[in-house]
Ligand binder design. Structure first.
Ligand code: GTP
Ligand code: MG
Length: 156
């Protein structure tokens, strides 16, 4: 099954939203296969947000993402990358639809509580997982509930 990288950003951690965000992904039927509470340093921030290096907001973005702890995770499920992006909602939380994580929990473009790999950027999920996790930090396990989440549960 597909794996994707997800992170509760420093604003989400400070506001005590880890449980809410994890709960939403669990409720959807996605399966967590890795998670760690950590502080992102300057170098990792630059690598993670490398695609935005030339943008005017880059410096502020790096400052924000290194400003406090984050909860980094890997989630698995059918079409997981696109699924999570859909649940996250629009980048600018002010514009994100109600019912989405950003739409319900955020109010700002810069402080938008969650990151998820971009499904339109081929391989971004695998790159970001490798950037944040060693292979032995990921757990392969069978979620018994998958039988009830997916009609074709055999390969979940
Ligand atoms: P991420 O999951 O954080 O990557 O969000 P995204 O994929 O929805 O957006 P994108 O990768 O385009 O931008 C990365 C982050 O930079 C966003 O989450 C915003 O917090 C921030 N950002 C994007 N565009 C702007 C902008 O125009 N101004 C400012 N201040 N921040 C921006
Ligand atoms: Mg992005």
């Amino acid at each position: 099954d597909e794996r994707t990288f997800v992170m509760v950003k420093p604003d989400g951690v400070q506001r005590g939203l880890i449980g809410e965000i994890v709960g939403r992904l669990e409720d959807k039927g996605l399966k967590m296969v890795g998670g760690k509470f950590m502080q992102i340093d300057e170098a990792l921030a630059h690598e993670h947000y490398g695609e935005h290096e030339d943008k005017p907001f880059f410096e502020g973005l790096v400052e924000f993402i290194t400003s406090g702890p984050v909860f980094a995770m890997v989630w698995e499920g059918a079409d997981a990358t696109r699924q999570v992006r859909q649940m996250m909602g629009a980048t600018d939380a002010k514009e994100a639809a109600p019912g989405t994580i950003r739409g319900d929990l955020g109010n700002d473009l810069g402080h938008n509580v969650i990151h998820g790999s971009d499904h339109e950027d081929e391989g971004a999920n695998e790159r970001e997982i490798a950037l944040f996790f060693d292979e032995d930090e990921l757990v392969d396990w069978d979620a018994d509930a998958a039988t009830w989440v997916y009609e074709d549960a055999g390969d979940h």
